[in-house]
Design a protein around this ligand. Structure first.
Ligand code: KIV
Length: 297
């Protein structure tokens, strides 16, 4: 299938975790395509475009709910949006992002929270952090829930990192990222997101793993890429990180469309007679008898 949309590919089968887990570019696989979505229409857009994975990311907090960071969303918020994405019944694998503090307290609470996202419709979950998350990853995997890891610039560590900063620039930090990735793979992760890391370091991590890496701001040598839907469509136009490529300017088109609507309402050009419901002649006549309507409207 070409890079164009795949909406008419009725035979498209659900993308599974084992398929993703075995997709290494070095073994001949096509790079994996992942994008975020947060509701049913954006889920349909992503799926009709033929992406492999839809991430219901906690970026929800920033791009949809208007918060300044991702720390504000809860498991209930995430489940609400996972369910909306899943209701569109995409063939793409739906990933439920575990929000901050949903996998930090105890394995039991972690598994319960992961299960809530699965019950909402996700096929797997994602969580942030390296070797120190191994216990929680093992607990979730033990409950038969597939887990995607996420290392590098992990937005939930905003305060610990001192801001949204590229990670792994020093050799010690780069080696730690490789060790983190290997620990997550060993714990049972089926894929790992690498965010905000020099391309050379992401390549090292990718080469060190048997499971695929999905990059965002991590250069071209990952086994796949992910972008936030609102960034790539230009719905979110206030910030443009270096790694974002905008494929559309939906914000500008939308402002133009809503302005045209506002003008039409104010000038009386909307709605027209064709855009209105009408009584038939008999109904109009009956009403006119009661003095409510002029005949022949
Ligand atoms: O929440 C999110 O959108 C993410 C991606 C940036 C990987 O975690």
């Amino acid at each position: 299938m070409s890079s164009s949309t795949r909406s008419i590919d009725a035979s498209r089968r659900p993308v599974t975790v084992p398929q993703i887990a075995s997709s290494k570019v070095r073994a001949g696989s096509e790079p994996l395509v992942m994008v975020t979505a947060y509701d049913a229409p954006s889920s349909r857009v992503a799926d009709e475009a033929g992406v492999d994975m839809i991430l219901v990311g906690d970026s929800l907090a920033m791009v949809v709910l208007g918060y300044d960071d991702t720390l504000q969303v809860t498991v209930a918020d995430m489940a609400h949006h996972v369910a909306a994405v899943a209701r569109a019944n995409p063939s793409a694998l739906v990933i439920g992002d575990m929000p901050w503090m949903s996998y930090h307290v105890s394995p039991a609470e972690t598994v319960r929270n992961a299960a809530e996202l699965i019950r909402a419709g996700a096929g797997c979950v994602k969580l942030e952090g390296g070797a120190k998350r191994v216990g929680m990853v093992e607990a979730i995997v033990d409950a038969e829930i597939p887990v995607m890891g996420h290392i590098g610039l992990t937005p939930q560590s905003l305060h610990a990192m001192g801001g949204f900063k590229v990670q792994g620039r020093e050799s010690q930090a780069a080696l730690q990222l490789v060790a983190d990735a290997k620990a997550l793979q060993h714990a049972g992760c089926f894929a790992i997101v690498i965010e905000g890391v020099p391309g050379e370091v992401a390549a090292m991590i990718t080469d060190a793993l048997d499971i695929p890496t999905i990059g965002i701001g991590a250069g071209p040598r990952c086994d796949g890429q992910v972008l936030v839907m609102h960034d790539l469509l230009g719905i979110e136009d206030r910030m443009a990180p270096k790694f974002v490529r905008r494929y559309a300017d939906v914000k500008a088109v939308s402002v133009e469309a809503v302005s045209a609507y506002a003008d039409d309402v104010r000038t009386g050009a909307f709605p027209s007679s064709e855009e209105s419901y009408h009584l038939n002649a008999e109904q109009a006549e009956a009403m006119a008898l009661y003095g409510n309507l002029p005949i022949g409207d």
